[in-house]
Design a protein around this ligand. Structure first.
Ligand code: ADP
Ligand code: MP5
Length: 265
């Protein structure tokens, strides 16, 4: 019986990010993936052409269907679109014993908004306190805390500012800096620096979703937070290295990179 992992996120019609990235990551990492869809986007390698939120009742019903019968060993949240959906999801996940990875998705790689500005306060005060691990990128850190990260030293200040909202751990993703792809994981008492070579690859659509889902998959398998994040960083780094040019813009990472290596062998 594989561990069960639930993603609560938006659909990306292009298949590179959102629910689609989450379920592919979960399959590649050997867990049973399940989904609560919060919004549907019309999206491709060039940008987000449209987005439609689901009604709150539809989100609640999907969540209850999964949790009441099948059960979850970890939850991951992604695009939540509005204050109403952020508050609903925060309430739902506050009632679970399973670890929760919160990826506070704000804008897409193309700069298209995936969260209403009016929802930021609910993310700070309702969603982040319910997180076992929060995984903001540098734009989301700036939006949520006002801290602008321009150097590796700033990552510590950013982490402290996010931890003040109450997640147990924070992983600040330095993917948008130059130089090595350096992330900082901390719970306020210990620090883990995760460094990987930067791949000169524009096909990075879905990196954040993939990383957060890989962390949730590791937690569902019973790994500690530092172990799950270390494994997830290795998985996303391999997926970025194997990213491919789909469409005319930013292509997806390759979720199946490790499976391809196994099959080729
Ligand atoms: N070009 C790259 N080469 C290697 N790792 C990268 C690259 N871009 C991002 N990463 C890593 O991918 C993960 C996701 O980070 P990021 O792209 O900043 O998230 P998001 O998709 O939320 O913007 C992080 O571990 C980051 O360090
Ligand atoms: C539905 C959905 N969820 C999340 C992202 C963020 O992914 P990225 O930062 O790689 O664009 C996205 N583009 N679409």
């Amino acid at each position: 019986m594989p561990p069960r992992v639930l993603t609560v996120a938006g659909s990306d019609s292009g298949g590179g990010a959102g629910i689609q990235a989450d379920l592919k990551t979960m399959l590649a990492l050997g867990v049973h993936g399940m989904s609560v869809i919060t919004a549907v986007t019309a999206q491709n390698s060039l940008g987000v052409q449209g987005a439609w939120e689901l009604p709150v009742q539809a989100v609640r019903a999907q969540y209850r269907s999964v949790v009441d019968d099948i059960g979850v060993q970890a939850v991951k949240t992604g695009m939540l679109a509005s204050a109403e959906l952020v508050e609903t999801v925060a309430e739902l996940i506050s009632g679970t014993d399973a670890p929760v990875v919160v990826d506070p998705v704000g804008v897409s790689k193309h700069g298209d908004p995936l969260l209403a500005a009016s929802a930021l306060d609910s993310v700070r005060t309702k969603l982040l306190p319910a997180a076992t691990v929060a995984t903001p990128n540098l734009d989301e850190v700036a939006q949520l805390t006002g801290v602008r990260v321009e150097s590796e030293d700033d990552l510590r200040r950013a982490a402290a500012a996010v931890l003040a909202y109450g997640p147990r751990w924070v992983l600040i993703k330095g993917g948008h800096l130059s130089g090595d792809a350096l992330d900082l994981l901390t719970d306020g008492s210990c620090e883990h620096w995760l460094r990987a070579p930067r791949h000169d690859n524009r096909h990075t659509h879905g990196t954040g979703c993939t990383l957060a889902s890989a962390i949730a998959s590791g937690l569902a398998k019973g790994l500690t937070v530092p172990e799950a994040v270390t494994g997830a960083k290795e998985y996303v780094t391999g997926a970025i290295a194997a990213g491919f040019a789909l469409g005319a813009g930013i292509g997806p990472v390759d979720h199946a990179w490790a499976l391809r290596a196994t099959h080729a062998g």
